[in-house]
Write a protein of this length. Sequence first.
Length: 196
Amino acid sequence: MTSSTKPNKLILASGSPRRRQLLSSAGLTFEAIESTVPERRRDGESAREYAPRMARDKALAIALRFPNAFVIGADTVVECLGEVLEKPLDENDARRMLTMLSGRTHTVVTAFAIARGAEILAAQAVESRVTFRTLGPAEIAEYIAGGEPFDKAGAYGIQGVGGSFISEVAGPRDNVMGLPVEAVLAALRRVGFERC
């Protein structure tokens, strides 16, 4: 399988439709392969430690299988009041997260890593500060019933209905969606990836 890999092949180590959309919109040709690396935060690990570690692990997991390809791994987490918010476990967890975010400013950390073979060629964590307007219990319940929160860090998506909760974003909006495209493109250029 690796012998037929093109030298300039690009792989996104993610099953996220939002990351696929963002990379496609940037005009990149790539293959998406989910890494299946377990997302488990270590005790005491902050968002700024956890997201970069996961991004590196995801990139390496695929790069070791396709050593001639450039592989992008990414991970997004939300931090509010000192707590790291990942994808909600269930409806109660989603409600807890959205109630916490209501009327507050939180940090979205998206880290990405570019790997080739067993080497990390580039890695970066980008932060955006997102402020929510105040949400009522009925609004939160309706949002959860719609199913949108469950595959998203912090239980909301900026590109969906959850975008209406946001009153302000400081930093890249695409970072909140799951991939800071401008930073990724700059890193790809630095490591020698050339668009076909």
